[in-house]
Design a binder for this molecule. Structure first.
Ligand code: IMP
Ligand code: MG
Length: 185
């Protein structure tokens, strides 16, 4: 762990450290390559939270691929999502007939991704799979099939490795639990 001041806002025990992240991301990449059996895919990064995970993950996937980006915001308080979703940046390229792998940072209620899955299906994708680094199943509000998950975590608010609180902490190399007094302020 780096000797950074930013870590003072986290609980002392890290949830997932950078070595564990690297190892798990490599495993996920191997599994994905194996499952698609050489078929080309479009890997879609959900900005901004998944950006760090995405850039590490795609370099572990031995498949022909193109990449694309989407930015979505769901209205709600800063630590909870409401399920009302808006597309702030859409895909650049048409996905008709393509195998789409959606890469997300964390699934909480599942509302964001269930909206997105429906939306992408209406565009005629050949298949849609969902890959998330973190899963908080305790808070699921909708039934959502998650094809790949890195780590199942308890119901706590986490930051780092792309995940933010109010746009802060995305650059932390590890994932930790934000001290509740930071978001209670
Ligand atoms: P869902 O629609 O409730 O599944 O919300 C998923 C989105 O909420 C993620 O893409 C994150 O942006 C955000 N989110 C949920 N839990 C956390 C967390 O613990 N830390 C940071 N962001 C989170
Ligand atoms: Mg996000």
């Amino acid at each position: 762990m780096k000797d950074w001041k930013l870590y003072q806002d986290l609980k002392p025990e890290l949830l997932v450290n950078s070595d564990e992240l690297k190892q798990r991301v490599a495993e996920m990449g191997r599994q994905i390559a194996q499952d698609y059996q050489g078929e080309p895919i479009v890997a879609v990064c959900i900005l901004k939270g998944a950006a760090i995970f995405f850039s590490d993950l795609i370099r572990e996937i031995d498949l022909p691929m193109s990449i694309d980006f989407m930015a979505i915001s769901s209205y709600g308080s800063s630590t909870k999502s409401s399920g009302v979703v808006r597309i702030n940046k859409d895909l650049d390229k048409d996905i008709t007939g393509k195998h789409v792998l959606v890469v997300e940072d964390i699934i909480d209620s599942g509302l964001t991704l269930s909206f997105l899955r429906e939306n992408l299906l209406t565009r005629g994708a050949k298949s849609i799979k969902i890959c998330t680094l973190l899963d908080k199943p305790d808070r699921r509000k909708v039934d959502l099939k998650v094809d790949y998950k890195g780590f199942v975590i308890p119901d706590e608010f986490v930051v780092g490795y792309g995940l933010d609180y109010a746009e802060k902490y995305r650059n932390l190399p590890d994932i930790g639990v934000l001290r509740p007094e930071i978001y209670a302020k």
